[in-house]
Design a binder for this molecule. Structure first.
Ligand SMILES: *[C@@H]1O[C@H](CO)[C@@H](O)[C@H](O)[C@H]1NC(C)=O
Length: 323
């Protein structure tokens, strides 16, 4: 029987296997060792040795326990795996359009296909068509295994849930607190509370006099000396008003920034003279009196300095307190 022109595809590998097989056969027959039963096949009444992988039985043997004629498979379109008693090679698998080839078909091994990326075929089902992978997990779940060619994506309870709670809950609490504080501004009880807090925070609250003094010049003070005496009292203000509060004091006097700057320019390096010059500027604009200056001190909560100044003025004897 003719080999049907299949010798063209006779792979060197098949030759080698065939050579080894013949060697085995020679060894086994010369040594009289029996070959395992799966090495044989039945051809009618006669028992033949199988052909090697990558070939098929072209002509069965005519002598018991020998190899007939083996012809090679068409590499790329047919194959045989292991020793074979078949009179033909098996057709190679060709991958479908929705599959990709993982391994090509060889004379001794079938091709292997798998579903393209983004699709899958479960291993325990016949794969007629590749199914589309599930892309996202339902709310509250997270991806545990991504989709691959044999298994859909697996979702499971979100493990990081506790982590999210640990981050989100404090942020939410802080937001609520801020909203609460904003609302609080508009509520009366909050206002009361704020003013109470301010009262307790201010260390000078104790200095508030029960009755504010009202100073007038004493009967002995001559009319023509009064301005000079008032001007001299400014020294007490310079001494008693703490440095950081001085600017605030000047703002209470409605002294323009220009006047303040001029006073500073004209009395460089002498902070006492600067302050006196500012009071002088105020006096020239408004011609106020000592009670006015004292009331400004009280309005910016400098109760203690105001009280000390009053004590000093009363000691000097030019003023008396009518209250
Ligand atoms: C596909 O994923 C499953 C689990 O989701 C896994 O058991 C299997 O080994 C994977 N297969 C491949 C080819 O990666």
């Amino acid at each position: 029987m003719a080999p049907r022109g299949e010798t063209t595809g006779y792979a060197p590998m098949a030759k080698l296997t065939f050579g080894f097989f013949s060697f085995l056969l020679v060894v086994s027959t010369t040594n009289g060792l029996p070959l395992p039963p799966e090495m044989y096949y039945q051809a009618g009444n006669i028992r033949c040795l199988r052909c090697p992988a990558g070939t098929y039985v072209g002509v069965p043997c005519t002598t018991q326990d020998t190899v007939g004629k083996c012809f090679p498979c068409h590499t790329g379109s047919s194959f045989s795996e292991g020793f074979t008693g078949l009179d033909h090679c098996l057709n190679c698998l060709s991958c479908r359009d929705d599959q990709e080839e993982v391994r090509p078909c060889t004379a001794t091994q079938n091709a292997e296909c798998r579903c393209k990326k983004g699709t899958y075929c479960p291993l325990d089902h016949p794969c007629e068509v590749c199914l589309t992978c599930t892309e996202s997990c339902p709310p509250g779940q997270e991806l545990q295994f991504p989709c691959n060619s044999t298994s859909d994506s697996h979702c499971g309870p979100a493990q990081s849930g506790s982590w999210i709670i640990m981050v989100c809950v404090p942020i939410l609490l802080i937001l609520l607190l801020l909203i609460g504080l904003c609302l609080c501004k508009h509520l009366k009880w909050c206002k009361d509370r704020r003013s109470r807090v301010q009262m307790t925070e201010n260390p000078d609250t104790e200095g508030i006099p029960l009755i504010y003094p009202c100073l007038v010049f004493s009967a002995e003070t001559k009319k023509e000396d009064q301005e000079a005496i008032f001007r001299r009292s400014w020294d007490h203000f310079v001494e008693e008003v703490p440095m950081p509060k001085w600017d605030q004091f000047m703002r209470m006097l409605c002294l323009s920034p220009n006047s303040v700057n001029e006073a500073k320019e004209n009395n460089r390096d002498n902070s006492r003279e600067q302050k006196i010059a500012m009071l002088d500027a105020w006096y020239q604009q408004k011609s106020g009196n000592v009670n006015e200056l004292l009331s400004y001190l009280h309005s910016i909560r400098l109760h203690t300095p105001a009280t000390i100044i009053v004590q000093k003025l009363l000691q000097e004897g030019y003023y008396v307190d009518t209250n």
